[in-house]
Design a protein around this ligand. Sequence first.
Ligand SMILES: Cc1cc2nc3c(=O)[nH]c(=O)nc-3n(C[C@H](O)[C@H](O)[C@H](O)COP(=O)(O)OP(=O)(O)OC[C@H]3O[C@@H](n4cnc5c(N)ncnc54)[C@H](O)[C@@H]3O)c2cc1C
Length: 508
Amino acid sequence: MTGQAIRKIVIVGGGTAGWMAAAPLAQRLGKACEIVLVESPDIGTIGVGESTLPTILTYNAALGIDVTDFVKKTQATFKLGIEFKDWGQVGNRFFHGFSDFGPTIDNRSPHLYWLRLAQSFKNMPAIENWSVSAVMARQMKFAPPAPGAPGVANGYTYGFQFDAGLYAAYLRDYAMARGAQRIEGTIVEVEQHSETGFITAVKLKDGRRLDGDLFIDCSGFRGLLIEGTLKAGYEDWSDYLLCNSALAVPCAKVPQMTPYTRASAQSAGWVWRIPLQHRTGNGHVYSDRFTTDDEAARVLLEGLDGRALDQPRQLRFVSGRRRKTWVKNVVALGLAAGFVEPLESTSIGLIETAVFRLLQLFPDRSFQPELAEEFNRYMGTRYESVRDFIILHYKVTQRDDSEFWRYCANMPIPDSLSHQIALFRETGHVAVYDRDGFAGPSFVAMLLGLGIVPQRYDPLVDLMDMRQLHGHFAGLRDAIADTVQRMPEHAAFIAERVAAAPVPGLAV
Ligand SMILES: Cc1cc2nc3c(=O)[nH]c(=O)nc-3n(C[C@H](O)[C@H](O)[C@H](O)COP(=O)(O)OP(=O)(O)OC[C@H]3O[C@@H](n4cnc5c(N)ncnc54)[C@H](O)[C@@H]3O)c2cc1C
């Protein structure tokens, strides 16, 4: 014990990031220190962010959240991955699923063996036929993986698609039940220690003053403390990630709730479709250098599956990250820390990572600078690996039907990504820089899906007898088909097991 323990944490912001921080902090520290979250009644939350990664299962499990209760209260559906439509070239369709392509063979990735078969047989089916989640998605099936079951019944994972407002409310109830306090007010002034520059308090419009030892900045894009006061600086990635605008609109739900998010490429960006139990979320992410807001709204509204439930809401952003997200006694999370456009639904995952990393490296009031350095190093790697993965989606394209896609095909990219693409093109291998980020099968799904055909395959693969190899892939495909065929439809699984209460006025 140092006698220097943090006595009070102030969380600035009550959006998804604020409550995602408050919940685990209250669970772990609620009895040891005061946790206060302040949110402004005048400044709204971003109101989007409804598609997640499987890492949310770990976050929920750490909080002891019951899946059924969670799904019911957030109007959630299950997500097996993302269907990509018209990426790489118009007419192309493939699935980036949350599963690998079967077990390793002789300790080597199965896609290396698939590549040998694909080079030998012209009609080799696409690799996603060996992804359990892709096969489930195509057949609109869902069942959770069976823990302990052998083989394919356990060879996938999933995330959720949920209502962002209900998600924040769910975590708010959780955090407040464990001692977190909520204050409504707008911060108009920030006090700093005259010598150290550490933040000592924030002042609200109504004159109240909130002091604290540790401040968590979840104030959204503005980064009230981390940028407004501490001037951390922003690394702008918009030369590689051109999209800087979005229009979001909900529409009435359709009877077939897909167990996946859809991302359809457009001439100056892409459109998302996220099915929830009570409605469908839609949005058009685009670059205002290459299209107009009116044209983007037209593309969005014409593509809706159901009746629009509102007017499209405009959002602007700049992909990039704060140079440092922990400065002095301020740690920034969520949009205050950075934002890589939402193509692979990574923001909530980065909030999970950051809040757990903060708990691992939790400071006392001496705020040893090495803790901040380690946090910044680690989060920097995480953001950069997400950046590279998203740029890949744009860079690897044969589309030349618009100025936007011609720019993407020719734009310079980070060296780390150039290496990744060249390595795969020449050898079929992938480089995983960030062990906590997207794994090898995600790169394989995207690189092959976008149309790269490796020139060679791994020479050690030839050590396996061709007939044996055939038998392995044929047997696995049959096992996947058999397992998936016995699963319930996604919509039926929800209706029977986890249906939320109907929302008046939101009929089909
Ligand atoms: C178009 C788009 C689509 C997205 N889709 C996804 C997705 O599918 N999946 C995903 O993981 N992420 C997605 N995201 C990102 C996701 O929305 C955010 O990461 C998440 O909602 C966290 O937002 P936040 O809490 O950081 O900020 P906000 O929601 O903006 O909250 C900011 C909070 O700070 C408060 N505040 C601000 N200033 C003050 C002040 N002066 N005083 C007091 N309080 C203040 C506000 O009142 C508010 O409560 C998307 C983002 C965009 C732009």
